[in-house]
Design a protein around this ligand. Structure first.
Ligand code: ZN
Length: 251
């Protein structure tokens, strides 16, 4: 049994028994991990109020070789982000960022992914302006860091660059652009029409320059494109739960 201390972000918590909690953590040094916080639901617990989703801290836990569930022994608070709960769109967005990490992060540690998640959550917490643009941009940023960035500059079939003033198609399952000719010849399924404005906007979202205050012209389209891309490309055709919550908030 090893005692491990590492910076960590709480992604999700589950109640366990009358008094305990199970945490899903993204740790900086050991990737995704699950830990039980015994007694955390008791009012006088030393963990009381600390172990909420989106919180950063230094986690200390006992790790057993070959076991999936570790035992939390300490959590030193670094940053709580409870204020995200005051605005439901931002809260839903934070839920989406953590769900992406929870579902698709590799078991190996990724320092940059850990930093990006923290920065994304802070951005939602601190910056005014259009929350939806930030949520989509930070989601694409995580997806790129995870190695699944879509390619929308040229056609995956023949390599041509469709003119920027022409409608192209996006292959949701492949995560690539398809020109009109290849679309006719290859009879691909799950293609999404990408009009010039939609393509240009998607490009800036994926490039992720982090301009706060930017608003999206095609916000609903871009949100559903991200939802469907994740579903078809990464998640066995099932949309992530967070999108349902986000859709309820944004329509
Ligand atoms: Zn082509």
């Amino acid at each position: 049994m090893a005692l491990i201390t590492t910076p960590a972000t709480v992604l999700k918590t589950y109640e366990y028994s009358e008094t305990s909690k199970i945490l899903r953590l993204l740790t900086r040094d050991h990737g995704l991990c699950s830990a039980i916080a015994k007694g955390a639901r008791r009012p006088k617990s030393r963990f009381s109020g600390l172990l909420e989703p989106f919180t950063d801290g230094i986690a200390t836990y006992y790790a057993r070789e070959g076991r999936e569930l570790h035992t939390l022994s300490g959590f030193e608070l670094r940053r709580e982000r409870q204020a995200l709960g005051r605005e439901l769109v931002r809260f839903a967005g934070a839920g989406l960022l953590t769900e992406i990490v929870l579902r698709f992060a590799p078991s190996a540690p990724d320092h940059e992914l850990f930093r990006q998640l923290g920065r994304g959550l802070d951005r939602l917490l601190e910056n005014g302006g259009d929350a939806e643009a930030m949520i989509l941009e930070e989601s694409w940023r995580l997806i790129s860091q995870l190695g699944f960035a879509p390619s929308i500059d040229h056609c995956a079939g023949c390599g041509t660059v469709p003119p920027s003033d022409q409608t192209a198609h996006f292959d949701l399952a492949g995560g690539t652009l398809v020109c009109a000719r290849c679309r006719r010849e290859r009879r691909l399924r799950n293609l999404l029409e990408l009009k010039p404005q939609a393509r240009a906007e998607l490009k800036t979202l994926i490039a992720g320059r982090g301009e706060n205050g930017r608003t999206l012209v095609l916000s609903r389209f871009q949100r559903h494109l991200l939802r469907d891309f994740i579903a078809y490309h990464l998640a066995d055709q099932r949309p992530l739960n967070s999108f349902r919550f986000l859709d309820e908030r944004l329509g």
